[in-house]
Write a protein of this length. Structure first.
Length: 192
């Protein structure tokens, strides 16, 4: 008897997954994110990102971190909260693709998460940075433990279609750099 019953088999699903029509805004987002990475190794970028986030906010007060650069734009603390959420979401996605290849991947409303999880009013930079660091270390350790050939395993994202573990790492590496630039831009805007 299975401890956690599931109708999914352990073997990969058919390579003939239902094709997802990728919307132009998603294609533009992926091009933008790929531009940040500029062909660089995603593992190397992912390894150093938590330290770069910590250095990017060094010396800022809680008030500074909560200052939004414009109406509808995230503050630095909200960006850190989003990065922490992303580590949880993508940590699960990597494991799902590796353990149950071909599984559906559901997108999430990141702006709603930032609002509903109250990162603006309740976020604590030191704790968020530690969560990001620990989760990232765990993800990288897990990825090192599986054979690289398994990085070809994929899930089917409901907005972007088939995404392999490798492709997901590339997106996260670029995503990190995008948000690092946003933090730097906020600091520059206010002269911090």
């Amino acid at each position: 008897m299975k401890r956690f019953p599931s109708d999914r088999s352990a073997k990969p699903r058919s390579k003939r997954s239902k094709r997802i029509a990728v919307a132009p805004d998603q294609r533009a987002y992926m091009r933008k994110i790929d531009g940040y990475r500029a062909g660089r190794d995603p593992i190397a970028l992912m390894r150093v990102a938590p330290g770069k986030f910590a250095r990017a906010v060094l010396g800022l007060s809680a008030i500074q971190m909560r200052r939004r650069p414009a109406h509808g734009k995230w503050s630095i603390i909200e960006i850190l909260g989003h990065l922490s959420d992303t580590e949880v979401v993508y940590g699960y996605r990597y494991r799902l693709c590796l353990g149950q290849p071909g599984s559906p991947i559901v997108g999430y409303d990141q702006a709603r998460w930032v609002k509903e999880l109250r990162h603006q009013s309740r976020g604590d930079a030191k704790r968020l940075l530690e969560k990001i660091r620990v989760a990232r270390e765990g993800t990288l350790e897990m990825l090192r433990q599986v054979p690289r050939k398994n990085w070809k395993r994929f899930g089917v994202h409901n907005e972007r279609g088939r995404e392999s573990v490798r492709r997901t790492m590339e997106l996260i590496a670029g995503h990190d750099l995008n948000h690092l630039d946003q933090i730097k831009a906020i600091r520059n805007r206010y002269g911090w």
